[in-house]
Ligand binder design. Structure first.
Ligand SMILES: Cc1cc2nc3c(=O)[nH]c(=O)nc-3n(C[C@H](O)[C@H](O)[C@H](O)COP(=O)(O)OP(=O)(O)OC[C@H]3O[C@@H](n4cnc5c(N)ncnc54)[C@H](O)[C@@H]3O)c2cc1C
Length: 303
């Protein structure tokens, strides 16, 4: 056993660290990459300990949620990759509303469905959104019909700060906007989020989840390797429409292609060469710039 692995295990638990671990199954785009060191976090303490030991050993730390907004092109992520499987949910009723405390590893879509079934309103349009609460608040993930963001009904959150200390922050701390939250700058770890939700009739919230899923199925490719919309909309202009109008739907480089159904979705057939994805991204950007004078920016985090 390497020295570093045993140092990590002395804090994170015996036999819990995997070396040179294949991350591909945990990335919705399924690019091939490995983690130098890998841990599955099951509890908040695992996340806290991972931060503390990574600081002590000066190891880079990467928190992986559902891996649905990532295009990892590097062959290897150095340091410690922690896949967040911390699952916990508490609901308190207060003055006709509910206060939901939810762990960062909780799958968003599952949560949206569970809440909608109870008539708890505020997160139901996240039904069908892949990934975890941590990833959704890091990105302030959005829904377009009606325009809403995961951060909208957040009240407060518990974070692991830069130095490994726990801090409690309110919504304003996150500086939420389109595809933005402060976590992208601070790299603090979300432990739990507290949302205030309204109680309404379950028929209403269920209508919303049904609509969200139906709309996704109508407009997005399903059952494929993808990381969703690759580029951000620019000043309200849909990146997907711009790409569509360039005529690039179906354009292929190696094992990556632009979806025929939704031009902002890039699909991977599997075992693709990351250089081909980069070529396809450059081609899309160049064509949109040439035809519309618009500079596209990646929404997906490219590493
Ligand atoms: C089919 C499909 C449909 C999609 N539809 C939408 C959509 O409708 N709207 C939308 O906005 N996006 C959409 N996406 C993109 C993606 O699902 C969202 O951005 C999602 O919220 C990312 O969550 P994740 O857990 O997968 O994050 P990951 O991809 O695992 O991580 C994203 C970033 O968040 C950070 N992170 C994750 N957890 C934590 C934590 N606990 N603390 C701190 N940082 C953390 C990671 O380090 C990483 O930098 C879609 C993707 C796919 C594949």
């Amino acid at each position: 056993m390497t020295k570093l692995k045993s140092k990590l295990e002395s804090i994170l638990g015996k036999d819990r660290i995997k070396k040179n671990f294949n991350l591909s199954p945990y990335l919705t785009l399924r690019t091939e990459t490995t983690a130098e060191y890998y841990l599955e976090a099951e509890t908040r303490q695992d996340l806290i300990n991972a931060k503390k030991i990574s600081l002590k050993l000066k190891l880079p730390l990467f928190i992986l949620g559902g891996g649905s907004n990532l295009a990892i092109l590097k062959k290897k992520l150095t340091g410690l990759v922690v896949r967040n499987k911390y699952i916990d949910k508490k609901i308190k009723k207060k003055n006709g509303n509910i206060l939901l405390t939810i762990s960062s590893g909780y799958p968003v879509s599952k949560l949206a469905k569970e809440l909608a079934d109870q008539g708890y309103e505020g997160l139901e349009y996240n039904y069908g959104l892949p990934g975890t609460i941590g990833g959704a608040l890091y990105m302030n993930s959005k829904w377009i019909k009606p325009l809403s963001y995961t951060g909208d009904n957040l009240i407060s959150a518990n974070l692991v700060g830069k130095k490994g200390k726990i801090k409690v922050v309110d919504r304003s701390y996150f500086k939420f906007s389109y595809d933005q939250s402060i976590l992208q700058k601070t790299k603090e770890i979300l432990l739990e989020a507290v949302f205030k939700l309204k109680k309404t009739a379950p028929q209403i919230t269920k209508q919303h989840t049904d609509f969200a899923m139906k709309y996704r199925k109508q407009t997005q490719p399903f059952g494929v390797f993808t990381s969703g919309c690759f580029f951000k909309n620019i000043n309200g202009k849909s990146a997907g429409k711009l790409i569509d109008q360039t005529g690039l739907k179906g354009k292929r480089v190696g094992k990556f292609h632009v979806s025929d159904k939704h031009a902002n979705f890039i699909i991977h057939d599997g075992n693709g060469n990351p250089a081909d994805l980069e070529k396809l991204l450059q081609l899309i950007k160049a064509e949109v710039k040439k035809q519309f004078g618009v500079k596209l920016e990646e929404e997906v985090i490219v590493i």
